[in-house]
Design a protein around this ligand. Structure first.
Ligand SMILES: Cc1cc2nc3c(=O)[nH]c(=O)nc-3n(C[C@H](O)[C@H](O)[C@H](O)COP(=O)(O)OP(=O)(O)OC[C@H]3O[C@@H](n4cnc5c(N)ncnc54)[C@H](O)[C@@H]3O)c2cc1C
Length: 532
């Protein structure tokens, strides 16, 4: 494991949380991440004591807070979980694990009930029924939302309130997990760092709920801090990862500069907004499904149109006009900050990395291949999304799977008191140098030579001890999986293999060792001692 020398000694005791009772949290399950997945897992585990590590303040730096469209669930009178399942499988382009998709979509209505019980104020119509939005590739209106486009903010408000009121949950804010400790082939602790020092949390049960990978790309809708740290933690500890090549690029991020980019939700297209270029021409109307085709199809159309030298805009003037700000207040505010009035002006947009379908390979209970390690939410690779996520299925997955993960953690043995082999704490990660490398090779369009060059550049960085090491490792895992998949499917498009190949239909599972072997074959030998 590449490590930097210790700047301060590692404390064998838990950090003193505001009201933490050290005796009750000693060897308690540790949940890493304070988005919907982490919070829901902690709440479902109550009254079992848990420690929740969050590197930022709760309600900041989590995709969950930024979610706009809502939660997909078959709750409408014309809907059925079987229809939701069919849409999920179609979007997943042959790679969904059908049993997972069936169970998650079936659990959708109950998940909405759970969130209502936690006090989430979803939008209701005048007759008292839940208002349901429509998003791309859904055959029915089934997107349950709150505060128009403020769904994530409202869900997080309710869940954070519930967590703060739950005495069994010890929240450690500003504490970043830097390494998982493994003893005798099983989890034995978490090595973490905060502004005040470093700490080891001894535990035999860790749940990673660290979110996505958008921060590894030049253009993303994700918070800056979402750059796959959980994947690096799991990979370096020896867990397997699945479907790493499948990154979803959202076709409509607000293209006004800055980092990250504000998302212009698909729900805007659901309300009838169209994609036009600088000449005012609609360029999607010849494509089946047009603006509401699956995200990857729309993203590629926008990408190619930009590549042909055009600018691309989302035009909501006719469909929404002056009602835009009422339906989408947060997007309207972001547009206003950039000097754009969507009621009277088209909105400039471009594709941006948005969601990672791949993740830590887990079963339905969130168990990874490493004993004592679970994953939940976007960092988990359950197989629900296959090659492409159906819009608004990710919050659903986080809410539904958190309950199953919690059940599994609660039933697992506490773990015997393993001897800690303390490691030094690695440097804080910096993904910035990785962004241009990964974006060029593994963006909306990919091909062999670009991916091979990318891997050759990333390999020494992934084997280094510098701040780019962990981001480089995750980027390399994405690039290796993308190189190995010699076909186009869902969110993964190879311009040298533009068709899907039935013979290649299957999930790709990788470990760090396999990725290093592939990278070594491509680039020649690297010193094994450094990469081990
Ligand atoms: C702009 C935007 C809009 C979206 N809209 C929708 C939508 O409408 N519907 C939908 O279903 N999905 C939507 N998504 C996707 C969805 O929001 C995410 O997939 C989901 O919220 C992920 O939840 P999570 O709990 O897994 O991760 P996150 O909510 O991203 O939380 C990750 C947490 O882990 C913490 N963390 C990370 N690394 C560490 C570490 N090393 N140590 C300690 N803490 C760490 C972070 O600080 C954060 O608290 C959207 C995403 C974005 C970016």
């Amino acid at each position: 494991m590449p490590i930097t020398p210790l700047s301060r000694p590692v404390s064998p005791l838990p950090i003193r949380a505001s009201s933490a009772n050290e005796r009750t949290i000693d060897r308690a399950p540790v949940i890493v991440g304070g988005g919907v997945a982490g919070l829901m897992t902690a709440l479902h585990l109550a009254p079992i004591p848990v420690v929740l590590l969050v590197k930022a303040k709760l309600q900041t730096e989590a995709s969950s807070v930024w979610a706009q469209g809502g939660v997909a669930a078959a709750v409408g009178p014309d809907d059925d979980p079987a229809l939701h399942l069919a849409d999920t499988l179609r979007a997943g382009d042959g790679l969904c694990v059908e049993d997972v998709a069936r169970r998650v979509t079936a659990a959708g209505p109950a998940a909405i009930e759970t969130l209502l019980r936690y006090g989430v104020r979803f939008d209701h119509g005048p007759a008292g029924a839940l208002q349901l939005g429509l998003e791309a590739a859904h055959a029915r209106r089934r997107i349950v939302h709150a505060a128009g486009d403020g769904t994530g903010r409202e869900i997080m408000r309710a869940l954070v309130t519930a967590v703060r009121e739950t005495p069994s949950i010890t929240v450690l804010e500003g504490v970043e997990a830097r390494r998982l400790l493994v003893t005798d082939g099983a989890i034995s602790g978490v090595l973490a760092a905060s502004a005040t020092g470093t700490v080891v949390l001894p535990t035999g049960r860790v749940v990673l709920a660290t979110g996505g990978v958008g921060g590894l790309f030049l253009h993303t809708t994700n918070p800056r801090g979402s750059f796959g740290q959980g994947l690096a933690l799991a990979a370096r500890a020896g867990a397997a990862l699945a479907d790493m090549e499948f990154v979803q690029f959202h076709p409509t991020a607000l293209d006004v500069g800055g980092y990250p980019l504000t998302l212009v939700s698909e729900a805007v297209r659901g309300e009838g907004a169209t994609l036009i270029d600088e000449t005012g021409a609609r360029f999607m109307d010849g494509v089946p499904g047009a603006e509401l085709a699956p995200r990857d199809v729309v993203a590629r159309s926008v990408w190619r149109h930009l590549g042909d030298g055009h600018r691309v805009f989302l035009d909501a003037r006719a469909a929404l006009g002056s009602a835009f700000a009422k339906h989408f207040p947060a997007i309207a505010a972001a547009c206003a900050a950039a000097g754009i009035d969507p009621a009277t002006q088209p909105i400039p947009v471009r594709p941006a990395a948005h969601y990672h379908m791949g993740g830590i390979a887990v079963d339905l209970q969130g168990r990874s291949t490493l004993p004592g390690l679970w994953a939940c939410g976007e960092v988990a690779g359950t197989g629900l999304h296959g090659a492409n996520r159906l819009a608004s299925n990710s919050l659903l997955e986080a809410v539904v799977c958190a309950e199953w993960v919690a059940g599994s953690v609660a039933a697992a043995p506490r773990g015997f008191d393993r001897q800690q082999r303390l490691a030094a704490v690695p440097a804080a990660s910096d993904p910035e140098p990785i962004r241009p490398i990964l974006s060029t090779a593994a963006g909306v369009l990919r091909e062999h030579d670009g991916l091979a060059d990318c891997i050759a550049t990333l390999l020494p960085l992934a084997c280094s001890v510098g701040p780019a090491a962990d981001p480089a490792l995750v980027a390399m895992l994405i690039a290796v999986a993308a190189l190995q998949r010699r076909e186009s499917r869902g969110g993964h498009f190879r311009s040298d293999f533009p068709e899907a190949d039935e013979a290649l239909r299957g999930r790709c599972t990788l470990t760090r060792e396999i990725a290093f072997q592939v990278a070594q074959q491509i680039t020649g030998q690297v010193p094994r001692a450094i990469c081990a």
